[in-house]
Design a binder for this molecule. Structure first.
Ligand SMILES: [Zn+2]
Length: 1009
C-alpha cells in the first residue's frame, strides 16, 4: 500500500510524476534482477528427502568439522588454526561452559518414528499429501485469486519484477573514493602536492601512515611520548575561539617533536551533544530525536558541496521513543481528508503559509499555491496567522501523526502477527536456548501489541519441518512433520496461524511442552532453508514479524551453507569482502520475497560454531529486521540477555506494513539510502515492521548549480498500520537555512549525524572492499575535511603548525578512530570472529545516533568509592558523581578501583588488583576469586552488592534497547582482560592499531601536506 495516495488519478505515473523524485537513472540501487516474478527461486535441490533413511553426516555437510574447528576453547571463540598468529588479545581461554561437542554429534540422527511425543494426527512416518494451499504464491501482481491481496503501490512498486534491491557500495554514490589500488591509500586528490609516504623507519610512528594498521608501531613510542611534555594547547588565540579550536601538535611535516598533552585531547565524556542550531533557528522543527542533519546549514552551490568533504545527509529515527508527556499529537481530519500539496504531496505542516484571507496555502516544499478546502478554512488574523492555530497541531508542531482514511489502504489493516521459526536440533536443546525462548514468549503473551487481533504461529525444524495445528478447539497442538525438503508444502494452512486470544490455551500448552518435546533430540542437521520457505508460505497471506531462532548452520535442502571464512589467506586479498556477504543468492531472494509480502525477519543466532551470520543476517537486512547474535549461547550465562531482548522485541510498539519517504525542497534531492531495508522505488523505503530502535540514513545532493531559496525543508512521512489496527501517517518536518559559506556549514555541523552516516557508509564499503581500505577511507574523509577547514583559516590567522578544527567537529577524529576499531571494522582475521564482525555490522546499520555514539565511545565509570561510602549528601548526588565518564585509556584504571565499562550492548566490570578485600568479599565469592570467567555478579545480602547492582540496573534502564550482559574481569587476568576491556580502550595503542594521539598526529600531518 503503500503509496500514500493510491486513489489519485495520476497514480500510474506515481513517482515519476513527482517533480522531486530522483530521476530513474540515478537510482542508488542496483538493478539486479533479484526477484523473479514467477517464484522460481525455490528449485528443489538435489538433497534427497530422507523420510525413512537416516541422513548421513557425510563429509559434504558442514557438520563434519575438520579438526581445528571443533575446539576445546571457550564456546564462541574458535581456536586458531595452526599457524595463525595469535591475536593481541585473543578470546579468553578459560571455559565457562563446556562446549557442546557432545558425543552425539556425528552419530546418526534419531531414527524415524522416535520423534517427539506430540504427534497425534500425523507422524513423520507418513508423507503428508500435498494440499492446495501449499504452493507458493506464484506472482505478486498476476492478479492472483487471493481474496485479500497484499498491498501494492499505485505505481506497481514491484512492477519491474525486481525489487530495487538496495545495493551497498560501490555504486551508491559518492560516499567514498572509488576502488583503491593495491598499494593502499591515501589515494588521489589530497596528496598530489607531493605526498611522499614516510620511510618505514623505526623511529617514527607513522610507518603505518598508509593505512596499514597491521604494523605495530615501535614499542618505544607506544607508551605515550606525548604525555606531559607540552605547552597548553590553546593560548594566544582567544579571539578565534568561536571559529575554531586548535591543538598544538608539533611542527613541520616529518618531524616528531610534537608537544601534545593527551589529557587535553577532546573527548565526548558527556555523550552525544546535539547541536543547538537545528531547532534554534527554526523552532517549529521536529525534535532531533527523529531527524538530524549532518549540517543544518545547507550549501547553496555545487562548489560548496564539493568542498564539504563530509557526508551531506540525514539520519532519521521515525518512531523514536518520547519522554513521558511528549507523545506525538494525533490528528484526524476525518471527512476533510488529509491536507496535502496538490503537486508534490507534501503534508500540511507548520511551514506552509496561508494567504488570500485564508483561502489558499502555499506549499513550503514546492511553492505551489493550493486551495484550502471549505471544511479546513479558517480566517487569518492581522499578522496573517490562522485564528484556529491553537487547535491545529499540524500547523504548530514539527511532528504529528495523521489518521489515514481508507484511500491509504488497499486491504484492511493487518493484525499484528508474530510467527516463530525455531531450530530444535541438539545444540538448540542442549544450550538451553529452547527453554529460555519458550518461557520468554509465554511470559510476553499478555503484552504482545494489538490484542485481541494479534495472530501467532510456530514452526520447528531440525532435519525435518514440524508444523503445529493451533486451532482453538484443540486442547493440545497437533504436530505434523514434513520431511520432503525438496517440495515444501503446508499442511492444514488454515490453522497454523491463529488468533492468540482464541487459541491462547493451545499456544500456552505448546510453549510449556516445547522444551520437553525435544529434550532427547540428537538431530544435528538443519533444514533451515526449506523451513524458511514453509514460514514464507504460511505468512505471505498477511505479513507480520518472523522471529527465527537458529542454532545450527543450515545443512539440508535449499539455502544450506558451508563453513567459510576460516582461511587466513583470504584476508588482505581482493576476496576478503566476500566473506561478509551471502554466498548463496537464496537468502537475498527470500528477503525480497518477504519484504514484498510485508514480512519483517528477526534473526536470533546462538551457535557455538561458525553459523554464517553474513548469509542469515541478509534476511533481516532487507526486511527492516534485526540480528541478535549470542555467540555460544548457554542459558546459564545468557538467559537474562535473551529474555530481555526477546521480550523487548515482542512487546515494543511496532508499526506494521510501513513505507517511508523523505521529501525535500526544490533544488535538493536524496541520492542514497543506508540502513536495513529494501527500496521499493527510487525513494520509497519498504519497512514491513519498524520500531523505536531503528534508524535510517540518507544522503542528498544539489540538483542545481546554485540554490536560490533561503531555506530547504525536509519532510519524513511514515505510512503504517498501528497495532490497534488504525492506518496512520507519522510526519516529521524540519527547515534548514541555505548558506553561501563553508564556515557556516562547519559551525552548524552535527558530529553525531555525521558519524552515524559515516559508520553506515563504512560498513557498506566493507562488503565490497578490504577492511583496510574501508578504514583508510574513514581516515581520508576526516583528513580532507580538516584540510578544507584549514584552508579557510590557516593563513589569515597564522595558525602555523597547529591543528585546527571546528568546535562542532572536535570529536570527529576520535569517533573516526573508534569506527576503525569497532568490532565490525577492526584489524583482520584474528581481531574479530567473522560472525561477530558481521553481526556488529548489521547492528550498526540500524542504530539511532545516540546509541551509535555510545557504542563507539563507551562509558567508563569508577564505582568503588561510591560503593564503600555511606552517602553523606544524598544518594542522587553521590550517584551523579559515579556517572562521571573517564577517558578510554588504561591510565584511567587505578588498581585500587572497580570500574564499569558500558557500550550499550554489554558491561565489563573490572576489578583492580589491589581493591580492598572487604569490597571483593561483599561482591563475589571468595573461593571463586581465582577464575572470574566462572563468576557471575548477582545481588548479595549486603549494601555494597545492592549498590553495585543498583548502578547496573540504572544504566540498563537508561537505554532498554539491548541488555548489557555483565562480564567480570580482574586486572591482569589474561587474555580475558585484554579481550573484554583493554582492546576496547580505544584511545590506547593496542595490537598494532593506532592510539588516539598517534591517530591525531597522522591526520594532522596529512592535513598539512
Ligand atoms: Zn508542494
Amino acid at each position: 500500500m503503500g503509496t500514500e495516495n493510491p486513489n489519485r488519478a495520476n497514480t500510474s505515473q506515481g513517482l515519476s510524476a513527482n517533480p522531486f523524485a530522483p530521476p530513474r537513472n540515478n537510482m542508488p540501487i542496483s538493478s539486479n534482477p533479484v526477484v523473479q516474478s514467477e517464484a522460481p527461486a525455490f528449485r528443489p535441490t538435489s538433497v534427497p528427502a530422507s523420510l525413512s533413511t537416516v541422513p548421513s553426516t557425510s563429509s559434504t555437510t558442514p557438520f563434519s568439522f575438520p579438526g581445528p574447528t571443533v575446539g576445546t576453547g571457550a564456546p564462541g571463540f574458535r581456536p586458531m588454526p595452526p599457524g595463525r598468529p595469535p591475536p593481541s588479545y585473543g578470546p579468553p581461554t578459560t571455559t565457562p561452559i563446556p562446549p557442546f561437542q557432545s558425543s552425539n554429534i556425528g552419530q546418526p540422527m534419531v531414527p524415524p518414528g522416535q520423534h517427539p511425543p506430540m504427534s497425534t494426527s500425523l507422524n513423520r512416518q507418513h508423507q503428508i499429501p500435498p494440499v492446495q494451499m501449499g504452493s507458493p504464491p506464484q506472482s505478486f501482481y498476476s492478479g492472483s485469486s487471493n481474496s485479500n491481496p497484499p498491498m501494492s503501490f499505485q505505481d506497481s512498486a514491484y512492477s519491474a519484477s525486481r525489487p530495487n534491491m538496495h545495493q551497498p557500495a560501490p555504486l551508491t554514490g559518492p560516499p567514498y573514493p572509488g576502488p583503491l589500488r593495491p598499494p593502499p591509500p591515501p589515494p588521489q586528490v589530497s596528496y598530489k602536492g607531493g605526498y611522499v609516504p614516510p620511510q618505514p623507519t623505526i623511529s617514527t610512528p607513522f610507518s603505518s601512515h598508509q593505512g596499514s594498521y597491521n604494523q605495530a608501531p615501535p614499542a618505544a613510542t607506544s607508551s605515550g611520548p606525548y604525555v606531559g611534555n607540552s605547552a597548553p594547547p590553546t593560548g594566544g588565540m582567544p579571539s578565534l575561539v568561536e571559529d575554531f579550536s586548535s591543538l598544538s601538535l608539533g611542527s613541520a611535516p616529518g618531524s616528531f617533536d610534537s608537544g601534545l598533552d593527551t589529557k587535553l585531547l577532546p573527548r565526548p565524556l558527556d555523550g552525544d551533544v546535539e547541536p543547538s542550531s537545528f531547532a534554534g533557528m527554526h523552532p517549529m522543527n521536529c525534535d532531533s530525536r527523529y531527524l538530524r542533519l549532518t549540517t543544518s546549514a545547507i550549501p547553496n552551490s555545487q562548489s560548496l558541496v564539493s568542498r564539504w568533504q563530509l557526508p551531506l545527509g540525514a539520519v532519521v529515527c521515525p518512531l523514536a521513543e518520547t519522554p513521558d508527556g511528549e507523545e506525538v499529537p494525533i490528528v484526524n481530519f476525518a471527512t476533510t481528508g488529509i491536507v496535502r500539496c496538490r503537486r508534490c504531496r507534501t503534508y500540511v505542516n507548520p511551514y506552509v503559509t496561508f494567504t488570500d484571507g485564508g483561502r489558499k496555502w502555499r506549499c513550503n516544499i514546492c511553492a505551489m499555491l493550493n486551495d484550502v478546502q471549505n471544511d479546513y478554512f479558517a480566517s487569518l488574523d492581522a499578522t496573517g496567522r490562522r485564528v484556529d492555530l491553537g487547535q491545529r497541531p499540524e500547523l504548530t508542531k514539527g511532528s504529528v501523526e495523521f489518521v489515514a482514511p481508507a484511500e491509504y489502504m488497499v486491504r484492511p489493516p493487518m493484525p499484528p502477527l508474530y510467527f516463530f521459526l525455531i531450530d530444535v536440533s541438539i545444540s538448540a536443546v542442549k544450550s538451553g536456548m529452547l527453554e529460555v525462548m519458550a518461557q520468554t514468549i509465554k511470559s510476553c503473551l499478555d503484552r504482545l501489541p494489538g490484542s485481541p487481533r494479534t495472530q501467532i504461529g510456530f514452526i520447528t525444524f531440525d532435519s525435518t519441518i514440524h508444523f503445529y495445528n493451533m486451532k482453538s478447539s484443540l486442547t493440545q497442538p497437533q504436530m505434523m512433520v514434513v520431511s520432503d525438503l525438496d517440495d515444501i508444502f503446508v499442511p492444514l494452512p488454515d490453522d497454523l496461524l491463529v488468533n492468540l486470544s482464541e487459541s491462547r490455551a493451545v499456544v500456552e500448552a505448546f510453549l510449556d511442552s516445547l522444551p520437553s518435546m525435544f529434550q532427547d533430540n540428537v538431530n544435528v542437521e538443519s533444514a533451515f532453508g526449506p523451513a524458511l520457505k514453509a514460514a514464507y508460505m504460511v505468512m505471505s497471506q498477511l505479513g507480520g514479524k518472523l522471529l527465527i531462532f537458529q542454532s545450527t548452520l543450515p545443512s539440508l535442502g535449499v539455502g544450506r551453507l558451508r563453513l567459510r571464512g576460516d582461511d587466513l589467506r583470504v584476508y588482505g586479498t581482493d576476496k576478503e569482502h566476500a566473506l561478509r556477504i551471502p554466498e548463496d543468492p537464496f537468502y537475498k531472494q527470500m528477503a525480497a520475497d518477504f519484504t514484498k509480502f510485508q514480512v519483517a525477519v528477526n534473526i536470533y543466532a546462538f551457535s557455538d560454531k561458525y553459523t554464517d551470520i553474513a548469509s542469515l543476517g541478509t534476511l533481516a537486512k532487507y526486511t527492516g529486521g534485526q540480528v541478535y547474535y549470542y555467540a555460544s549461547f548457554h542459558s546459564v550465562i545468557h538467559k537474562d540477555k535473551l529474555r530481555h531482548e526477546l521480550a523487548r522485541d515482542l512487546t515494543r510498539e511496532t508499526a506494521w506494513e510501513a513505507v517511508m519517504r523523505i521529501r525535500c525542497g526544490k533544488g535538493v534531492r536524496f541520492t542514497s539510502y543506508h540502513g536495513n531495508f529494501m527500496l521499493r522505488s527510487t525513494d520509497l523505503i519498504a519497512l514491513p515492521a519498524v520500531d523505536c530502535d531503528k534508524a535510517y540514513a540518507m544522503q542528498f545532493a544539489l540538483e542545481e548549480t546554485l540554490l536560490t531559496t533561503q531555506i530547504v525543508y525536509f519532510q519524513v512521512a511514515l505510512l503504517y498500520t498501528a497495532s490497534c489496527g488504525e492506518r496512520r501517517i507519522r510526519v516529521h518536518t524540519a527547515a534548514a537555512s541555505v548558506v553561501p559559506d563553508l564556515g557556516e556549514m562547519y559551525r552548524q555541523a552535527d558530529t553525531g549525524a555525521i558519524v552515524s552516516l559515516l559508520a553506515r557508509l563504512a560498513i557498506e564499503k566493507s562488503l565490497s572492499y578490504k577492511l583496510e581500505e574501508t578504514r583508510s577511507a574513514i581516515q581520508l574523509r576526516i583528513v580532507k575535511s580538516l584540510k578544507e577547514y584549514r584552508k579557510l583559516y590557516a593563513v589569515q590567522h597564522r595558525v602555523g603548525s597547529r591543528m585546527i578544527y571546528p568546535e562542532t567537529l572536535k570529536y570527529l577524529p576520535l569517533y573516526g578512530l573508534s569506527l576503525t576499531k569497532s568490532t565490525a571494522l577492526r584489524g583482520g582475521y584474528a581481531d574479530s570472529q567473522l560472525d561477530e564482525r558481521c553481526a556488529a555490522g548489521f547492528t550498526m546499520m540500524a542504530l539511532p545516533v545516540k546509541k551509535m555514539l555510545k557504542l563507539l565511545y563507551p562509558s567508563l565509570l569508577r564505582v568503588d568509592e561510591y560503593l564503600m561510602k555511606t552517602p553523606t549528601v544524598s544518594v542522587a548526588d553521590e550517584f551523579s558523581k559515579v556517572c562521571k565518564r573517564l577517558p578510554l585509556v588504561a591510565e584511567s584504571l587505578d588498581s585500587r578501583g572497580i570500574y564499569i565499562f558500558d557500550d550499550g550492548l554489554r558491561f565489563v566490570v573490572w576489578f583492580g588488583r589491589m581493591i580492598s578485600p572487604d569490597l571483593a568479599r561483599n561482591l563475589v565469592d571468595e573461593d571463586s576469586s581465582t577464575d572470574f570467567s566462572r563468576v557471575s555478579l548477582t545481588e548479595r545480602d549486603n549494601e555494597i552488592s545492592r549498590k553495585l547492582m543498583g548502578i547496573l540496573r540504572t544504566l540498563r534502564e537508561a537505554d532498554a534497547s539491548y541488555y548489557q550482559l555483565c562480564h567480570l574481569v580482574r586486572q591482569g587476568e589474561q587474555p580475558r582482560e585484554g579481550f573484554f576491556l583493554l582492546i576496547n580502550l580505544i584511545e590506547d595503542q593496542v595490537g598494532g592499531m593506532n592510539g588516539y594521539a598517534d591517530w591525531l598526529l597522522q591526520i594532522h600531518r596529512q592535513v598539512q601536506q
